[in-house]
Design a protein around this ligand. Sequence first.
Ligand code: THU
Length: 163
Amino acid sequence: MKENQNISIQYSSYSHISDLDDEDINLLKNAVEISNDAYAPYSEFHVGASVLLKSGEIVSGSNQENAAYPSGLCAERVAMFATSANHRDKEMQTIAIYAASETTAKKQISPCGSCRQVLVEYEVKQNKNIKVLLMNSSKEVWEFNSCRDLLPLAFDFTALKKQ
Ligand code: THU
């Protein structure tokens, strides 16, 4: 028997950063600032990611490239791994991601598949949604209330755990 299935996701779009609340604006501005620290001599594509913890602290990261290309890492994972490594068990509330590129000014850049998988795992681990904010260089923002919306069929790491 064949049954057609459908998965839908929700997100909000804001035509400008100024339509968000002060906490989100501050976090997005932090992501813009940190994108200047990207080490991206090969792609020249600068990305900044900032994680807001429930404690109010912000942990930031930018993409870091390497001549041995696969050795580099996206901004999102730099920020998430730094958060987990330095603030173990502190709740992550929001991650703001900014991609600076004139060529994509009208397009929204969203995290790669590997970063989505990492985002989902931290969300599942803390059993609390992590909000995702994406902003392009036109300052348009997309808001996802859960990382799950970015990767509905994420690999479920709990399947690896022994019962
Ligand atoms: N990159 C990110 O940092 N985040 C994304 O969401 C997409 C891509 C980086 C990886 C690489 O340094 C450069 O952008 C071009 O792919």
